[in-house]
Write a protein that binds this ligand. Structure first.
Ligand SMILES: [Zn+2]
Ligand SMILES: [Zn+2]
Ligand SMILES: [Zn+2]
Ligand SMILES: [Zn+2]
Length: 348
């Protein structure tokens, strides 16, 4: 139903002088918004003042479209390489990182291997590294080979001052930056946290948001969750709920809780809460396995000792227990949920 554009109007004319595009007059898009075309640089310049507002608005819209449409699936590093199921969240509480092969193995597979009497690495079958020095040497060898997971891992060691390393936030941020450039999603999230808190860098919340957004668009769940909380700080509850809806549907419990609270406060709709709840439950179901259930039943509260790996702690909340969670007030929510630090997570 396209009519021939009238002179000075329509898509195929210079937005400033109205000249129509032809073989002689090549029109070029405004590269930022792609909404308008110009016959040349002079016209573009002349039109800038008039166009600026619409251009900026469209650029923001395009950015938002990407931000909310990408990263709805868990990234590859979130899947256990043995059972191939997504690792329950938070991943560092449900998996062990094996420095021998740089793999993050789910608790279910790790326990199942030990039950079968296999005490070597469940993935690469290497005998576990004896001490911190061996582990560090192994990691550093991988770092020299530009392995992003290893570089990020080493960064985390400096961030926390672990494995006999002197705590060094600056060095940590350097390593995160390098790992992020090489493709580590976790490193992007770690950079977000560093800039958000001002650890090893000048605090810069806008930059933190950029890093969280990059990580979230590639499926990093904690970063998506954090973006929601940052929007709440700015009073943008609609935007917050949009972020949490995505992370809740990926199986992130705090996001579901946050939507529930928003709903109770009249800041989210009943439909949004129902969608989040259903999506969350489906995601949790997808992360279940016999071995994982058994590991939980078998080891109870003492997973770390039993696995001898890098397990941090045990997630004690199940979907059922969550229903009985007390209502959190704003201050408590801060400490429980927001913003979640990825600094301790070991998945690369
Ligand atoms: Zn023109
Ligand atoms: Zn423009
Ligand atoms: Zn597994
Ligand atoms: Zn291994």
């Amino acid at each position: 139903m396209n009519c021939v554009p009238c002179e000075g109007d329509g898509d195929e004319a210079c937005a400033n002088c109205g000249k129509l595009g032809s073989d002689a007059v090549k029109l070029k898009n405004c590269t930022a918004c792609r909404l308008v075309k110009y016959c040349g640089v002079d016209c573009q310049r002349a039109h800038r003042k008039k166009h600026k507002k619409a251009c900026k608005q469209r650029v923001a819209e395009l950015k938002d479209e990407q931000l909310y449409s990408q990263g709805h699936e868990r990234p590859e590093v979130d899947f256990c390489p043995i059972c191939t199921l997504p690792i329950p969240l938070p991943t560092d509480e449900h998996s062990v990182f094996m420095p021998c092969c740089m793999q993050t193995i789910c608790v279910g597979c790790s326990v199942a291997a030990k039950k079968r009497g296999m005490f070597d690495c469940a993935f690469c079958r290497t005998t576990p590294l004896d001490d911190d020095t061996d582990t560090l040497a192994k990691i550093q060898a991988r770092v020299r080979k530009n392995d992003p997971a290893a570089i990020n891992f080493l960064g985390q060691k400096y961030y926390h001052g672990k494995e006999g390393l002197q705590k060094d936030m600056r060095k940590a941020v350097e390593l995160f930056t390098e790992a992020a450039e090489l493709g580590s999603i976790q490193a992007l999230s770690n950079l977000g946290n560093a800039y958000f808190r001002g650890d090893g860098v000048q605090q810069d919340k806008a930059r933190a948001v950029e890093f969280f957004a990059k990580a979230a668009m590639r499926g990093h769940v904690d970063s998506r969750h954090n973006l929601g909380h940052i929007e709440v700080e700015k009073g943008n509850h609609d935007r917050a709920v949009r972020h949490w809806l995505i992370s809740a549907k990926m199986g992130e419990e705090c996001s579901l809780e946050s939507i529930k609270e928003a709903f109770m406060a009249g800041l989210a709709t009943k439909e949004q809460y129902a969608e989040a709840l259903k999506g969350y439950q489906d995601a949790v179901e997808e992360m279940k396995s016999h071995d994982r259930d058994e590991a939980k039943a078998l080891l109870g509260g003492n997973l770390t000792e039993a696995l001898g790996g890098y397990l941090r702690s045990k997630c004690q909340k199940s979907a059922d227990e969550m229903k009985s969670l007390p209502q959190r007030d704003e201050a408590k929510e801060e400490s429980h949920c927001s913003p979640r630090s990825g600094g301790t997570s070991l998945a690369g």
